[in-house]
Design a binder for this molecule. Structure first.
Ligand SMILES: [Zn+2]
Length: 495
């Protein structure tokens, strides 16, 4: 390892500590693992067989990370175009463009490895977007209620808990279908070129994906603030938790496969619903977060045309309710949420129906009504016997816990990172310069302000996650020092 690489490596890790997981909605490790678990939970058949090739699996897992690569540049000329492609990659309009591109230029059967990797990458990107819609719309406000935290803490915190609790086992390596992406991003007219994409992806790779062991440190930082979140982020009974997302993601992968093969989904656009039977609605109380019913779609539906009904199954009486799409108010949405405006009788059965007649993003209009029946929770007894046989995704077992010392000297991990980074840091040097400019513009000791939803006009899933603890501040100061050293190293080639 060169002296320059050594100089680069430590600041890279320190930057990670400064910003945490700088910009994503549920963290990147979360996306990679929910997508990997979803593939492992696919039923026997051609979609599962497709992912049996480790290279194909890797392309899907990397695609699941890639959507957030555009959020890593935090300053300089790279930030705006990177953010533009990152945002766009999250949502169904991009996914549908990609599906349409494949149908025209690379239709099934995909006989070359490059074709198969493209399909897998597309499915990984799509899985990421669905997971953000689910998590942001259903889990974050639960974490806010129970732990008093928002997205700035849930995103990096849960990635940290995955590391701390021993769940990290997928570690994808980069594979980017650059030519296709450039064609699909061209209409954005945002200055997205191969250099922007590569440098952003390199930054994510250098600071985050090559540092899975650093996640545990992040988890230790957040654990004291988020006991409920840590106890529930893999709760299969809780809509929007990482584990609850696995089976809907698996269904979405199957729906994408069907779309790539020309299927309309018009007859059955709803691929999953929460609470999933035989689970009950957690509460019938008006306004409770546990009273929500969520319908999940295999393709974007035009939200403005959805006109669900809610009825008491026994009496047929209409239940007044509120309807929403995602937290981000996507016009082409992969879910709708409804919750009662009047309290429901414990133990009663309720029916939510989505009538036909909603436009699908890939053309056509839904033709089938979908009804989801669910019972409202009540005291255990004859009316509400114990729930048995509820679907639970198999996600394997965690590795034995290894709890690192949150205050460990950074030079140890920096050295370690340097060993991994090796000689490939030319691109990292480029992105580092942008980061350096950004930090230099701020007062020493102050990190860049968080990018919240306001900064994204309500359309981003991005929010900077930066530990607010005293430990986080200490890390930040050390990081700035390290960054200054790194920038010096970058600006003096050969030093
Ligand atoms: Zn995201």
């Amino acid at each position: 390892m060169s002296a320059r690489s050594r100089l680069l490596a430590a600041p890279a890790l320190l930057l990670f500590a400064l910003w945490g997981a700088p910009a994503e909605a549920h963290g990147i490790w979360g996306h990679i693992h929910v997508t990997g678990w979803a593939i492992e939970n696919l039923p026997e058949g051609e979609v599962r067989d497709f992912f049996a090739d480790p290279e194909v699996m890797n392309a899907a897992l990397y695609g699941a990370a890639f959507a957030d690569s555009g959020y890593w540049p935090q300053g300089g000329s790279l930030e705006a175009p990177a953010r533009a492609y990152g945002e766009h990659t999250h949502w169904e309009p991009f996914i549908e463009d990609f599906v349409a591109w494949m149908q025209v230029h690379d239709p099934p059967p995909w006989t070359s490895q490059e074709s198969r990797l493209r399909v897998a990458f597309l499915m990984g990107c799509a899985s990421h977007g669905l997971q953000d819609e689910l998590f942001d719309s259903l889990f974050i406000d639960q974490a806010s209620l129970h732990d008093g935290v928002g997205q700035e803490a849930t995103d990096p915190g849960i990635d940290g808990f995955l590391g701390l609790d021993g769940w990290l086992r997928f570690a994808p390596t980069p594979w980017i279908p650059m030519d296709v992406l450039l064609e699909l991003y061209a209409p954005l007219d945002a200055g997205v070129d191969a250099d922007v994409i590569q440098r952003s992806a390199d930054l994510m790779e250098l600071i985050y994906l090559r540092r899975p062991e650093a996640a545990a440190t992040l988890g230790q930082q957040y654990a004291p603030r988020m006991p409920w979140t840590r106890a529930n982020y893999l709760n299969p009974d809780l809509p929007g938790s990482l584990r609850a997302e696995v089976l809907p993601t698996a269904r979405y992968l199957q729906a994408l496969w069907d779309r790539l093969h020309g299927a309309s989904l018009a007859e059955a656009p709803v691929i999953y619903a929460w609470p999933d039977a035989p689970r009950r609605l957690g509460s019938g109380e008006a306004g409770s977060l546990d009273s929500r019913v969520t319908l999940i779609f295999g393709a974007g539906l035009r939200y403005g045309e959805t006109a669900p009904r809610w009825e008491d199954a026994a009496t047929g009486a209409a239940v007044p309710f509120t309807r929403r799409n995602t937290r981000w108010d996507n016009p082409w949405t992969r879910l709708i949420r409804v919750w009662p405006d009047a309290s429901l009788a414990p133990g009663s059965w309720q029916e939510v129906t989505l009538p036909a007649g909603v436009t699908l993003i890939h053309g056509g209009v839904t033709t089938g009504d979908f009804t989801h029946a669910v019972q409202v929770a009540c005291e255990p007894g004859p009316m509400c016997p114990p729930v048995e046989g509820a679907p639970v995704a198999d996600i394997g077992a965690p590795a034995p816990p290894e709890e690192p010392d949150a205050g460990a000297p950074p030079e140890d991990v920096g050295e370690d990172a340097g060993g991994d980074v090796g000689e490939e840091d030319v691109a990292a040097a480029d992105v580092g310069e942008d980061v350096g400019e950004d930090v230099a513009a701020d007062d020493a000791g102050e990190a860049p302000p968080p990018r919240g939803s306001d900064a994204n006009n309500g359309w981003a899933c991005a929010a900077s996650g930066r530990p607010g603890s005293a430990g986080g501040v200490a890390w930040g100061l050390v990081a700035l020092l390290g960054l200054a050293l790194g920038v010096l190293g970058l600006r003096r080639p050969g030093s």
